[in-house]
Design a binder for this molecule. Structure first.
Ligand code: MN3
Length: 200
């Protein structure tokens, strides 16, 4: 049976500087995400979850323990790397632009609400933009939980921000709001737009 593999980044560790520094990216990908990948494979080996997709694992009723923490950690970071780009930032375009304007009123209002969800998540967790019944919604989760989990918000996630301290502490220390502000400079809106259309 195929086991999960750490995905290669499509950009260099230093490509998101100055917004996200190379050392943080290297540790985050090669140590943290790699750890979730190895521990996920170990947690599901020989269980009913082995051979299932990561989405199926995350959505499994009653998911707990190592499969939950590492399944979430695996999925969340895969999405996170994919929705950032050295050519990112700026304003969204395409269908996601209209959807943001319709569902939040403006791009500025979206940014305010997303930043608030990320800043107010106490301790470690994630902020999310997702699609539910054709509408965009913002939510946040604790630890490595995600919206695919049966007891979480239930949207299809299309954009996420890691607010664990390991994602920003080297460069930003306790200044999570500054890290959140910087994140808007690296969002790969083309990828988010693709995921938005696939989630409709
Ligand atoms: Mn992380």
């Amino acid at each position: 049976i195929m086991s999960f593999e750490l995905p290669k980044l499509t950009y260099a560790y230093d490509a998101l500087e100055p917004h996200i520094d190379a050392r943080t990216m290297e540790i985050h990908h090669s140590k943290h995400h790699n750890g979730y990948t190895i521990n996920l494979n170990n947690a599901i080996a020989g269980t009913e979850l082995e051979g299932k997709s990561i989405e199926e694992i995350c959505g499994h009723q009653g998911l707990t323990g190592g499969a939950r923490n590492n399944g979430g950690g695996y999925f969340n970071h895969c999405l996170f790397w994919s929705i950032m780009s050295p050519n990112g930032g700026g304003d969204p375009s395409g269908k996601i632009k209209n959807a943001i304007n319709n569902d939040f009123g403006s791009f500025e209002e979206f940014k305010t609400q997303f930043a608030s969800a990320a800043a107010t998540r106490f301790g470690s967790g994630w902020a999310w933009l997702g699609v539910e019944n054709g509408k965009l919604i913002i939510c946040s989760t604790a630890n490595q939980d995600n919206p695919l989990m049966a007891d979480q918000c239930g949207c299809t996630p299309i954009l996420c921000l890691d607010v664990w301290e390991h994602a920003y502490y080297l460069n930003y220390q306790n200044r999570r709001p500054d890290y959140i502000k910087a994140f808007f400079n690296v969002i790969n809106w083309e990828e988010v737009n693709k995921r938005y259309q696939a989630a409709l």
